[in-house]
Design a protein around this ligand. Structure first.
Ligand code: GLU
Length: 449
């Protein structure tokens, strides 16, 4: 490996020893960047990599809220403004008990490269809280969102930092967050947040965008192999917003999603999650706040496997849509043993580094990385910002066509970058390099900041 890259990796490990998720993503990304640094010795003098792995700003704050019984709770809020070289910071908010600084930093770093890949002018950020939305009433969710935004509002703005949703933050939460922004700031600047409802500046296709985009990207991979989704079986994990959009588009293209998963286990539906009723039911499962995938098996009478992941099933395509580190070495071995040809990451960093290396070594397998595959969500957020600033609304056909084009560009630029730097058809390395180059150019041009 390039010596400069190896040194920065060592320093980053020493400096962030308590942040395993962050180190995991830095190690994965830096491995592919080594050949870029061979060609650009000037980056070392400008400490470009040292600057890239250090967030521009990390904000932590207290969030105090009261539950329905009057008990007072304190959570920790975060906003990591990772890199603003190519545009105002942009990235989602995650409300989940697993949220900590390491998770926020890994997501912020990934977001920086992902947003760059979309070709839209968006810097990278991530935020959220260790608040657990499970089994909370609507009024409790509202009070939490209001308390969270009361603090966050001083750090965000349409030209500064534009949050959106992520796990635990959907249309309802975005509504409450924007309402509180408007109340505190006394200004109608709806470009401050994306994923809004259609009645106050949201974009059509935003809810579906991450899932649709993932399927458009996968269709490019399949086309490269001379095939398409027709008749193919797909194992998805998760049952949230991303899995929902993916299942809908896969069904439309003639494929069949046969698994969904939750913290309680997974379901296997041999007939496929293909009917409108089943796809709609995924939304109900999510809004119930129960976080249980067994509900699907109970409703549609299919198999439920408690406490396990769906990766033991024989399918054509695997798409982890749940959360980080969903596929470890043991799971990866099962996927390979089942002869799966397409391993398409959808959730952010769903694969441990060890498992990812193992999957990349398989001759008969194509691996696609999440930062490219799931970029459709933030891409349509970027389109939402454009519509807000122009005070217009595009039609669903217009937004969908732009999304489709963006996903195709991401695929093409990843293929080209991997080829250029000697990685062959390696979509993982290609996405890292293509995303990195634009940010590196902008940072270089803007001097030492
Ligand atoms: N949380 C999503 C992501 O990881 C969406 C971010 C956004 O729309 O700003 O890309």
């Amino acid at each position: 490996m390039n010596q400069y890259v190896a040194r920065v990796l060592e320093e980053t490990r020493a400096k962030n020893a308590n942040e395993p998720e962050f180190l995991q993503t830095v190690e994965e990304v830096l491995t592919s960047l080594a050949p870029v640094f061979d060609q650009h010795p000037e980056y070392e003098k400008a400490a470009l990599l040292e600057r890239m792995v250090e967030p521009e700003r990390t904000i932590e704050f207290r969030v105090t809220w009261t539950d329905d019984a009057g008990a007072v709770h304190v959570n920790r809020g975060y906003r990591v403004q990772y890199n603003g070289a190519i545009g105002p910071y942009k990235g989602g908010l995650r409300f989940h008990p697993s949220v900590n600084l390491s998770v926020m930093k890994f997501l912020g770093f990934e977001q920086t490269l992902k947003n760059s890949l979309t070709t839209l002018p968006m810097g990278g950020a991530k935020g959220g809280s260790d608040f657990d939305p499970r089994h909370k009433s609507d009024a409790e969710i509202m009070r939490f969102c209001q308390a969270f935004m009361t603090e966050l509002q001083r750090h965000v703005g349409p030209d500064v930092d534009v949050p959106a949703g992520d796990m635990g933050v959907g249309a309802r939460e975005i509504g409450y967050l924007f309402g509180q922004w408007r109340r505190v700031r006394g200004a109608y600047q709806n470009g401050v947040i994306t994923g809004k409802g259609l009645s106050f500046g949201g974009s059509v296709v935003r809810p579906e965008a991450t899932g649709f985009g993932a399927v458009y990207y996968t269709a490019e991979v399949l086309a490269h192999e001379g095939t398409d989704f027709k008749g193919k079986t797909v194992a998805l994990s998760g049952f949230g917003n991303v899995a929902w959009g993916a299942a809908m588009k896969i069904a439309e293209l003639g494929g069949k999603v046969v698994t969904l998963s939750g913290p309680d286990g997974y379901i296997y539906d041999a007939d496929g999650v293909v009917t409108e009723e089943k796809i709609k039911y995924m939304l109900e499962m999510r809004s119930s706040g129960r976080d249980s995938v067994k509900d699907y098996a109970d409703k549609f009478g299919c198999e439920f496997v408690a406490g396990k992941k769906p990766w033991e099933r024989k399918v054509d395509i695997v798409m982890p849509c749940a959360t980080q580190n969903d596929v470890n070495m043991d799971e990866a071995k099962k996927i390979v043993a089942n002869g799966v040809k397409y391993y398409i990451e959808v959730a952010n960093m769903p694969t441990t580094n060890e498992a990812l290396m193992f999957l990349l070594e398989q001759k008969n397998m194509i691996v696609a990385p999440s930062k490219a595959v799931n970029a459709g969500g933030v891409a349509v957020s970027g389109l939402e910002q454009s519509q807000n600033s122009e005070r217009i609304s595009w039609t669903a056909e217009e937004v969908d066509a732009k999304l489709h084009q963006i996903m195709k560009n991401i695929y093409d630029s990843s293929v080209a970058a991997a080829e250029e730097f000697g990685f062959g058809y390696n979509l993982v390395a290609g996405a890292n390099i293509a995303g990195f180059k634009k940010v590196a150019d902008a940072m270089t041009a803007q001097g030492l900041i």
